[in-house]
Ligand binder design. Structure first.
Ligand code: KG4
Ligand code: ZN
Length: 353
């Protein structure tokens, strides 16, 4: 079984072919990241326009890299939510059109669920990929940490899961992006904070961890504001000092200490909850998913605190990609999940798990 996955929920136009839910045959991605960097975050209109230009070439590339023709493809899987409305629309319309024209079943996929399925890819002949050695075993505890989502989900089996907790405000990746902007580090914030943090002291500053009524819920807006107040204090200004002028007044050493301290606390926040959920639910496997799952600090803290071995997937499969959607599509087809109507499927920007 070979599935073509299409993903356009944010700024990556991505398509991939996956075989039988474990074998990655291709993974084509065109990103408009450079176009957004100047603005310090994704500009929805620019992202949607880039998808229009890239979606057909990226799908062609995915088929070519997989050495497939349309005859080799059994179904199409596409992200229909959550994400940016204009961005989702392009992928959904492309998938609908192809499903009709090539007469293929269409599977509508939840982006966040898709991130988890990147961990099911264990084999590839593509150069430069280091996938996990084996697939996760149910029950699975999934920590989903990206630019748009921070969720802790308990999967009893495929398509049988409970959302244990989520962020009450900003996603962790979004908080990295905003803190990076605040101290003058480039977008995307996760990797640039990680880089700056290497030269910093993670205990230089004590930033607060939010306390929330939901046992497994997170909050990142408080710690982000705490960074703003801290930076103002470091340079001897009060809360009226404009944040856009902060980077010029902070030294490189101060930026590195802020980056290291914030990274430690933000990662600790999600790891604390993952450890609590592990103790309560005793899953057979723990997986991490989403762009922030590339974080070495997250991998280090989790491996130190979760008492079972954790397999991590390749960073290229943590950020948005079509392979995770194709993999989810494989399991939908294999387990007789319902198909979508190619004449009516519409994006759902607010889709939840
Ligand atoms: O999953 P993703 O590509 O897009 C969403 O669905 O949101 O995640 C993007 C996020 C960005 O906020 C970025 O700062 C973060 O993932 N990110 C990282 C790393 N690489 C990307 N955060 C921490 N460490 C990284 N190495
Ligand atoms: Zn994502």
């Amino acid at each position: 079984m070979r599935i073509l996955g299409i993903e356009t929920s944010c700024d990556e136009t991505a398509a991939a072919v996956v075989e039988d839910g474990y074998k990655l045959l291709s993974n084509a991605v065109a990103t408009s990241l450079d176009l957004h960097a100047a603005y310090g975050g994704v500009v929805p209109e620019i992202a949607a326009r880039s998808h229009i230009e890239s979606v057909t070439p990226v799908i062609d590339q995915a088929l070519k890299d997989a050495d497939c023709t349309w005859d080799d493809i059994d179904a199409i899987a596409v992200t229909y939510g959550a994400g940016l409305g204009g961005s989702l629309l392009i992928g959904v319309m492309a998938a609908r059109t192809l499903a009709i024209a090539k007469n293929k079943p269409l599977y509508a996929c939840n982006h966040v669920e898709g991130h988890v399925y990147a961990n099911f890819l264990t084999t590839t002949a593509l150069p430069g990929y280091v996938p996990p050695k084996q697939q996760p075993v149910f029950p699975v505890l999934a920590l989903i940490v990206s630019g748009g989502h921070s969720q802790l989900v308990y999967f009893r089996d495929h398509f049988d899961y409970t959302l244990l907790g989520r962020t009450n405000d900003d996603a962790i990746g979004e908080a990295f992006d905003k803190v990076a902007k605040l101290v003058g580090l480039p977008y995307p914030g996760g990797p640039s904070i990680a880089k700056a943090a290497q030269a910093g002291n993670p205990t230089a500053y004590q930033l607060p961890k939010a306390k929330l009524p939901g046992k497994y819920d997170f909050s990142f807006s408080g710690p982000k504001t705490a960074v703003l107040r801290l930076a103002q204090e470091i340079i001897g200004e009060d809360f009226t000092f404009p944040s856009k002028d902060l980077p010029r007044r902070l030294s490189e050493a101060q930026k590195a200490d802020i980056a290291a301290s914030f990274q430690r606390v933000a990662i600790e926040t999600v790891v604390d909850k993952a450890v609590m959920a592990f103790e309560e639910y005793k899953p057979a496997s723990v997986v991490i998913a989403g762009g922030v799952a590339s974080s070495q600090e997250l991998r280090k803290q989790l491996s130190e605190r979760i008492p079972i071995p954790i397999e991590y997937t390749d960073p290229k499969l943590c950020t948005d990609n079509g392979a995770m959607i194709a993999t989810l599509g494989c399991f939908k087809m294999k387990l007789d999940q319902s198909t979508a109507d190619p004449y009516t499927l519409s994006p759902n920007p607010n889709l939840s798990m």
